[in-house]
Each structure stands twice: as C-alpha cells, then as structure tokens.
Design a protein around this ligand. Structure first.
Ligand code: CO
Length: 134
C-alpha cells in the first residue's frame, strides 16, 4: 500500500454536504459520479494528495442507505492506494482478512476497487484501490 488515497464519508444529502465541504476545504468538488452497481452517487474533493469521497445512496436498498440507517452520517471507509490490487488481495486473503469480492470491481474515480470486511479490520471498512491506467 502506498498512501491513503481517500476517506469515504456517508452523507444524507450530497447537495447539502457538497456545500458544507466546499466551505470546510475552501475548494469545490472536482467530480461527481454515480456508480449504479453500488447504488451510490459520489463527489470528490482534493486535499493535497488525499481525497475526500462523499457518498449518498441512490436507493433505499443500497449499502450506503443501510449504513446511514444503522450508524448515521460519518466516516464510511478508508481507501488505500495499491499498485497491484490482485496481488494485494491475494496477500491479504493469505493473512486471514475477509474480502468482500473475489475479484476487483470497477469503482468511482477511474479505479479498480476491493473492500475488506470490517469485522476483520477493527470495525473499519477498508478499500483497496488501483488507478485504471488504460
Ligand atoms: Co471509496
């Protein structure tokens, strides 16, 4: 793992939180993107090397909607950048971590992603992400 690529924050309203984070960080989001397969709309802010990803549910059955229901708004995941996601998944599987997908999935912001189950990571949902370069 090279660096913390982004921190994901679950929000009820992307519109309200975009305005809030624009004031907080003194910069507007540089992109907004819907990932239909995850039932989520995201927006991204840049804080030097690290990004903040705001996540709003697009439907009541999505994982973000369930998270908001259970825990309310707040930090949802921490994403680490990796250079070879498949190798890193294999390594972590060998170390006993539970991966939430067998193969990398296409995530927001032009990334291949894989999540680790929070029960094996001290309650913190961990995302591995690798930039898609093609
Ligand atoms: Co993320």
């Amino acid at each position: 793992m090279t660096n913390v690529e982004h921190i994901g924050i679950a929000v009820k309203s992307l519109e309200a939180s975009n305005a809030l984070f624009t004031k907080l960080l003194n910069t507007p989001p540089y992109k907004s993107e819907t990932v239909a397969s995850e039932g989520v709309t995201t927006s991204f802010f840049r804080v030097n090397q690290t990004k903040i990803e705001l996540l709003e549910a697009t439907d009541p059955g999505s994982p973000i909607a369930k998270f908001l229901e259970k825990k309310g708004e707040g930090i949802h995941h921490i994403a680490y950048e990796v250079s070879d996601i498949r190798a890193e998944m294999e390594r972590l599987r060998g170390e006993g971590f539970t991966l939430l997908s067998e193969t990398p999935k296409r995530g927001a912001d032009n990334k291949l992603v894989c999540f680790l189950h929070p029960k094996t990571t001290n309650g913190v949902l961990v995302e591995l992400c690798q930039e898609i370069t093609d």
